[in-house]
Write a protein that binds this ligand. Structure first.
Ligand code: BES
Ligand code: MN
Ligand code: ZN
Length: 499
């Protein structure tokens, strides 16, 4: 089903090497370049007839991160997996996620259940081991029919505490949701259908309320940016607002670009640039995933997700280059390029969050510019903010989750170009080819009405662009959007809740 869930999980009881399951995953650490065959690894090695020792002696296995070795014991598969020997915390966590993902992915089509051994039952390393295993179990096979649909694995038991398991599961659920949505074919999640699905899904959660502004309401209330971008499609745009009230006080607003498809509109994209634009909704997907995780865990934060969903296509009703739009906050925008559409939908949502919803801070997440992807590539998102504090908060979150962010400057003098290009209106939606990511960020900033604001341009990692050229983490699905940002946003919210 679209909006799939991770496999069933529980806490492993008794001796994990003698459990009922058809497979066991056994971690092997490494020190000074050599595998450590001790503790549970030594025990498993013995049961498997010394295969680990032999493989290490012959040089076939050295416990590097993600390296695997299969053995057998009493009708069970034993998957030994190397955890590597990273000494730096964030690299170690990433290796752990990758290793467990890789080990579990070997079992996906082969067994129905597995016990996954995690060395210590508590703490971040334990949580990320479970997260890795669950993310490695992800497959987008909803549209595959019989032969291709081979997944067997439906139950995983972990040697971790209940609370670690619960948190990891909620995180994985958020990422699954984001992956399904970011990769869904456009018409499966047209704006009205997406609104229905979000309403159904999120109404299961406590302290969550979903409100949908339909097209008529958007027109009536003057959401000129969202209306202009979305009106060319028969499937009209919506603004979905999901509130999670886990605490008192002004909310944190998470705004996610949700271009269900971006053809460029009248400024149509060239053929080869169209296909991946089904994932131009990766920002909104991440926001929904993070809100799901936060609400499932009852985080003590007050969060509002704003999801302006639209389809940007050319038609007789589309907005036109040279149109002037009146935005929700009254700003007038001269449309210099209908392919700079994301910033128009986001600007309305950001202004609404700042003024109508009284957000205390605003984080927007968007596959906003090709320029950001060109600058930072497939694995790194651009982060823009005037707040040193927020920058640090996101850096800390990224250290934990491995979702890399790198700051780009909000160069004031580039703002003038946006004004210069608009002889009729306050500001143009696009001005410069050079510094395109910065120019887009400055456009968004115009609408934040002075609220603390973080803009994440996830054009590269959000879509999984160019993934074939670099080595992506083993816990990412190959060739499709990885649900980037869910864990980062969750970690950021969790830190807020702790304050
Ligand atoms: N969704 C695209 C940005 C994008 C392009 C993301 C490629 C990932 C891969 C966005 O709406 C867009 O088309 N941006 C234009 C802006 C330009 C017209 C000012 C771009 O980046 O070329
Ligand atoms: Mn575009
Ligand atoms: Zn776009």
């Amino acid at each position: 089903m679209l909006f799939s869930k991770p496999p069933k999980v529980d806490v492993a009881r008794g001796d994990p090497l003698e459990a009922e399951a058809a497979a066991v995953v056994v971690p092997v650490r490494r020190k000074d370049g050599k595998p450590l065959i001790e503790g549970i690894a030594a025990k498993a090695d013995k049961l498997a007839g010394g295969i680990l020792t032999s493989a290490v002696e012959s040089g076939d296995f050295s416990a590097k991160a993600c390296e695997t070795l299969k053995g057998y014991h009493g009708g069970r598969v034993i998957v030994f997996v190397g955890l590597g020997d990273a000494s730096e915390k964030s690299k170690l966590l990433d290796d752990i996620r990758g290793a467990y993902a890789k080990a579990v992915s070997l079992l996906l089509d082969k067994v129905e259940s597995a016990v996954v051994i995690v060395e210590s039952s508590d703490g971040l390393e334990a949580r990320e081991a479970v997260v890795g295993a669950l993310l490695g179990s992800y497959k987008f096979d909803y549209f595959k029919t019989k032969d291709n649909k081979k997944r067997k694995l439906s139950k995983l038991s972990f040697t971790v505490s209940e609370s670690v398991l619960e948190e990891a599961l909620a995180i994985a659920e958020g990422v699954y949701l984001a992956r399904d949505l970011a990769n869904a074919p456009p018409h499966e999640v047209s704006p009205p259908r997406l609104a229905d699905k979000v309403q159904k899904l999120f109404s299961q959660l406590k302290n969550v309320n979903v409100e949908v502004f339909d097209y008529n309401r958007l027109v009536e209330e003057g959401f000129g940016g969202i209306v202009a971008v979305g009106k060319g499609s028969k499937e009209k745009p919506v603004l979905i607002i999901v509130r999670y009230s886990g605490a008192e006080g002004d909310p944190i607003a998470l705004v996610g670009k949700t271009m269900v498809f971006d053809s460029g509109g009248i400024n149509l994209k060239p053929s080869q640039a169209l296909f991946e634009m089904r994932s131009d909704k990766a920002g909104g997907s991440a926001v929904l995933g993070a809100l799901w995780t936060a609400a499932r865990l009852g985080l003590k934060v007050n969060v509002i997700a704003l999801i302006p969903a639209a389809i940007n296509v050319p038609s007789g009703e589309s907005y036109l280059p040279s149109d002037v739009i009146k935005m929700w906050d009254g700003t007038t925008v001269e449309v210099t390029n209908t392919d700079a559409e994301g910033r128009l939908t986001l600007a309305d949502a950001i202004a609404y969050a700042a003024k109508a919803l009284k957000a205390r801070e605003i984080v927007d997440v968007a596959t906003l510019t090709g320029a950001a992807a060109v600058a930072l590539g497939p694995l790194i998102a651009a982060i823009f903010t005037r707040s040193q504090e927020l920058l640090e908060e996101f850096r800390r979150a990224a250290e934990v989750t491995g979702e890399k962010v790198w700051p780009l400057p909000l160069e004031d003098s580039y703002k003038a170009a946006l004004e210069k290009k608009a002889p009729l209106a306050d500001i143009a939606n696009a001005a410069m080819r050079y510094g395109g990511a910065i120019s887009a960020a400055l456009f968004l900033e115009h609408f934040n009405h002075g609220k603390p604001h973080v803009h994440l341009d996830i054009a590269g990692p959000g879509i999984g662009l160019g993934g074939e050229a670099v080595s992506q983490p083993a816990y990412w699905p190959s060739g499709i959007a990885p649900g980037w940002g869910v864990r980062l946003l969750y970690e950021y919210l969790k830190a807020k809740a702790g304050k």
